[in-house]
Design a protein around this ligand. Structure first.
Ligand code: FMN
Length: 373
């Protein structure tokens, strides 16, 4: 049976991805920091939220489209920015950009992308949102910002939860680094996954193309100098489009980010990849919503695995949500058809959950759909 036909949910995609990818790559995607408590807690926190089914309502007009930051999208979710996606499947960045165009949702393009922003912008235009990290100081960050602006990007995601790369045990144990270091264990790992290895060599081993390799060291664990409140103020003055600040969990920080003129805040614990003791992002979302008021745009990610999680995040105060690992696993499992399959599953799943809740429009999702509130 073709792998794509075995995908019925994001966990199926993850299991197939685990078999298909070299361990080095699967662990880079699935892994987190410390003892990996945070990603488990993210999922548990979603399981603990319950939705209240409603009876006898006409749900024949169910529509998953929604407006976020003045832009209309076909779905209430998009793809979170992720570095080195082409490691999951060759040309994954391009496949995701095409999906963002077709389904009409935002596609986060990471600073550590292995495809040029211009090529991705040309495919999905205003759905191409550039994500910025400072790898080597303010100057090179500004160069990236100008490059993104000059290709036409109008949305900048400033990631603020990586003051320094975290210690990820799986990556340390596997000797994962970019560019690859090839020792005996890595050789055996790649040799025992020949389909992935041959495809990847044939299409070119991915590397982060936006970072100038001669000037900017791609050392994920190095401190990221210059990513401060002053930098946010500076970016706000330079960037003409919308700015979303990603990786906020503290209410106090959220209030300050809003006051500095960011257009939206993205509540996230980076899928548990940065601080193992961080709270599940979904648990802090309602507090941040309360502090910022009902009108302020909030995006959310961390731990979303199915349609009901998407609805739960919207009910807890998000206006829009993003997924990380499930997207890469669907690509690793079955390439473009794998991604298409998971997007169809998620979109169908949202509709089924909305029908249970007796609602037809994404805007109707609020705390009233939660059981026991
Ligand atoms: C392989 C991988 C690479 C990532 N790279 C980035 C990145 O370059 N920039 C960023 O802001 N977040 C990055 N993230 C975090 C995601 O944007 C997102 O916050 C997280 O994956 C959401 O959690 P989830 O995987 O549980 O959906 C990465 C996540 C993964 C899994």
């Amino acid at each position: 049976m073709r792998a794509v036909n075995k995908i019925f949910d994001s966990n199926d995609a993850r299991c197939i991805s685990r078999n298909k990818l070299p361990r080095l790559i699967y662990d880079f995607i699935e892994g987190a920091t410390g003892r990996e408590v945070a990603p488990i807690e993210n999922l548990k926190a979603f399981d603990e939220i319950k939705l209240l089914p409603r009876a006898l309502r006409d749900v024949s007009q169910c529509n998953t489209s929604t407006v976020f930051l003045g832009q209309t999208f076909g779905l209430p979710f998009g793809i979170a920015p992720m570095g080195m996606c082409n490691l999951a499947f060759s040309k994954a960045d391009t496949i995701m950009a095409k999906a963002a165009k077709k389904w009409n949702f935002p596609h986060g393009i990471s600073t550590a992308s292995s495809t040029d922003i211009k090529d991705l912008y040309n495919i999905c235009e205003d759905n191409a949102w550039f994500q910025l990290y400072l790898f080597s100081g303010v100057e090179s960050g500004m160069r990236l910002v100008n490059a993104a602006q000059s290709v036409g990007c109008n949305t900048l995601i400033l990631t603020v939860d990586v003051p320094q790369g975290s210690r990820r045990m799986r990556e340390l144990r596997n000797g994962f680094q970019v560019p690859f270091k090839m020792g005996l264990s890595q050789f055996v790992d790649l040799a025992t996954h020949p389909t992935w290895t041959i495809r990847t060599i044939f299409n070119g081993i991915p590397k982060p193309v936006l970072i100038n390799q001669s000037e900017d060291r791609f050392d994920r664990k190095a401190p990221r100098p210059g990513a401060t409140w002053e930098f946010l103020e500076k970016i706000r003055m330079i960037w003409k489009g919308r700015i979303i600040v990603k990786g906020v969990l503290s209410t106090e920080d959220a209030v300050r980010v809003k006051a500095l003129g960011a257009d939206a805040i993205w509540v996230s614990n980076h899928g548990g990849r940065q601080l193992d003791a961080a709270p599940p992002a979904i648990n802090v979302l309602p507090r941040i919503r309360e502090a910022l008021g009902n009108e302020y745009p909030l995006a959310f990610d961390s731990g979303i695995r199915d349609g009901s999680d998407i609805v739960k995040a919207l009910a807890k105060g998000a206006n829009f949500v993003f997924l990380g690992r499930p997207i890469l696993h669907s690509l690793a499992a079955a390439g473009d058809v794998g991604l298409e399959k998971i997007l169809s599953i998620l979109s169908e799943d949202i509709k089924v959950v909305m029908a249970q809740l007796g609602i037809n429009r994404v805007e109707e999702i609020n705390s009233s759909v939660l059981a026991g509130e």
